[in-house]
Ligand binder design. Sequence first.
Ligand code: LMR
Length: 396
Amino acid sequence: MFNALNPMPADPILGLMAQFREDPRTDKVDLGVGVYKDPEGHTPILACVKTAERIRTETETTKVYISPAGSPEFNRLICELAFGADHSAVLSNRIRSVSTPGGTGSLRVAADFIKRCNPDAVVWVSDPTWANHLSIFKAAGLEVNHYPYYDTENNALRFDAMLDKLKTLGKNDVVLLHACCHNPTGEDLTPAQWDQVVAVAQERGFTPLLDMAYQGFGESLEQDAYGVRKMAAAVDAMLLCDSCSKNFGLYRERIGACAVVAKDSNAATVAQSVMLHVVRSNYSMPPAHGAALVETILASQELTAQWHDELKVMRDRINGNRAMLVERIKAQGVTRDFSFIARQKGMFSFLGISPEQVALLKSEHGVYMVDSSRMSIAGITEANVDYLAAAIAKVL
Ligand code: LMR
């Protein structure tokens, strides 16, 4: 049975984690996987999460199965966080949400759900996008194509080309848009650009799928959800894939949500029933622990305020790192302009060097980033930034 198997290459992102761990150099720098790190290079458990865990331990009375949809209260709260409690789609009860094992689980539920809605649907992702997007949608048997997004020569959005492409799509198409903190480029749509994309979605009738893995890491919880809210108010079919991995720091707990926005409450109920069928035949029901923590935090004013503060610290640190890296590269005498890194948002930016230069950074200097030159900005610290800037200057 297994004799015909060929070994698969390591995942381009997760594989880096193992390589980094095994590297004995003490001055190595990890800009690989997208996890937040504090100034000491640790990925902490948020204080609000620690408190929620204590509350959970004291109050949890059973480990009996939950339903395939997960906790209804988590689903309600996470929906309000994404769409806003007073959003017209929330008030008219045309959204249904299910808890999922992380953002990846949410995307896979969405992919299987799309396949059930329309086996011939074509999924359009940005060029470039998170590598796993391609694997997830292809694994569900869907065709995946790219729309233009990022100009690597000029480090800018290819907005006109993107819009031109979207204007050619229609009812059979699903367009995956990063709600904020575009992974891997850090280049986001402005509110005015979102307005144009929403108008094209309305006009052409394609189904938008918004992936919001970093709400609160860009500008703020509210501003980062601009596209999600605008789109949900305008179209009668949309999907949202949400993740609590980054903004609650719950990476390994695997908690996210998949929301379907339909034309009315009845259509939303039908859509959810199909989604639950997809869940049951896939993993039966989501893990409960992470959802319970998020629910405990969002249900408490005090813990929510603390979470907002902790999220701001993470966001500000990443933005500070962006400015610091640009300045320290310049201080190495490099004349090439890297100021776009300070302007971009979220966990990632492309440094804009070749795969050969990326390989040199790793072999000669112990600096780890994805082959595309995607850097996880949170891995920069006061202690490693000069070493990093000097290494970059050398490979340039
Ligand atoms: C990343 O892009 O580094 C993260 O989303 C982690 C992952 O699963 O790839």
